[in-house]
Ligand binder design. Structure first.
Ligand code: PSU
Ligand code: MN
Length: 307
């Protein structure tokens, strides 16, 4: 009998799957409220859940609602998060206690999705991109809490790499210091979200969900606390031309600096600005890479349960 946290609500379908040793994949809610516009955010979140199911796992979209940590949302709750968008607080590790104490809502980032997934007993999590070390962090010290969470919480995060709104080289250095393995799925090169190429190398290449599952199970069996980062390149058919996306990112980063935006507002500002500057193209790429990650995460969760 697993003792669950008193602030945690696990959706019955998710709880049943976990109790039966069946595959479950966690999904984050900041990507819904802050990462994409309405209504594409809701359509994408629901389609991602379907992809997880079609690939043999149960989806658990994670969020904070009325001070409760939710592992698994209903379609109505997903619609609520999508519609409220940026009006919902973006919840990182430092925010969870206050949100629970006050009975408020929060959209979970990679950090808080990992925390709540781990509380519920979910091992695998699919998202779009992670936060990391921001460009200019040597003076701003803007380093996403996602990296610290990967260092201390045993959840596998399947993403499409990180956007070059970040300093990708410094992000890899930080992950190395913290002992987080960075795996390339079918590639030796760290993917840069909208493009499969960053010019940086990953630590290991793996080519099957079984290999990913075995490496992560071994890390857990060794008693290591941390997570594992799986970077899955965007399919070529949906990749953006590097010049187009990099020009938009450089402009967004410059505007962010000019406007003096900092703290938790930085990443949502950069994401929204890049999306405006590149129009619907980057949104379509973003949606497709999330679908691709959901497929891989579900297959890996299935493989993990078969070990
Ligand atoms: N990067 C993306 N898409 C996202 C995010 C980051 O390409 O949606 C979101 C995720 O929820 C991530 C968070 O965990 O932003 C990181 O925010 P910050 O940099 O403030 O830690
Ligand atoms: Mn930050």
């Amino acid at each position: 009998m697993i003792m669950l946290n008193k602030y945690l609500d696990v959706k019955p379908e998710v709880a049943e799957a976990l109790a039966a040793g069946k595959p479950v994949v966690a999904l984050e809610s900041t990507i819904i409220s802050h990462g994409m516009p309405y209504p594409q955010n809701v359509e994408t979140a629901l389609a991602v859940e379907k992809i997880i199911r079609d690939n043999g796992a149960v989806p658990a979209t994670i969020a904070v609602i009325g001070g409760r940590l939710k592992a698994g949302l209903t379609p109505e709750e997903i619609e609520y998060f999508g519609k409220k968008g940026q009006a919902i607080a973006k919840a990182s590790r430092r925010d969870l206690a206050v949100l629970c104490a006050r009975g408020e809502d929060g959209a979970t980032t990679v950090t808080t999705t990992m925390i709540i997934a781990h509380m519920a007993g979910i091992k695998i999590f699919a998202t779009g991109g992670i936060g990391g070390v921001h460009r200019g962090a040597e003076t701003t010290m803007d380093i996403s809490a996602d990296l610290e969470e990967l260092a201390q919480t045993p959840v596998m995060v399947v993403c499409a790499g990180a956007k070059s709104i970040l300093d990708l080289g410094l992000t890899l250095e930080y992950l190395e210091t913290k002992g987080v393995p960075v795996i390339g799925y079918g590639t030796e090169e760290l993917p840069a979200f909208y493009t499969p190429h960053s010019g940086f190398s990953v630590d290991y290449r793996m080519d099957t969900p079984q290999e990913l599952a075995a490496a992560f199970a071994t890390q857990n069996a060794l008693g290591f606390r941390g997570g594992m980062l799986v970077t899955n390149p965007i399919p070529d058919a949906y990749a953006m031309p590097a010049e187009v996306i990099n020009a938009a990112i450089d402009q967004a980063v410059a505007e962010c600096k000019e406007k003096g935006i900092h703290g938790k507002a930085t990443t949502p500002f950069l994401l929204a600005r890049v999306s405006e500057l590149t129009g619907g193209d980057s949104l379509e790429s973003n949606i497709q890479l999330v679908f691709n990650n959901a497929r891989l995460a579900a297959k890996t969760a299935v493989a993990y349960c078969q070990l």
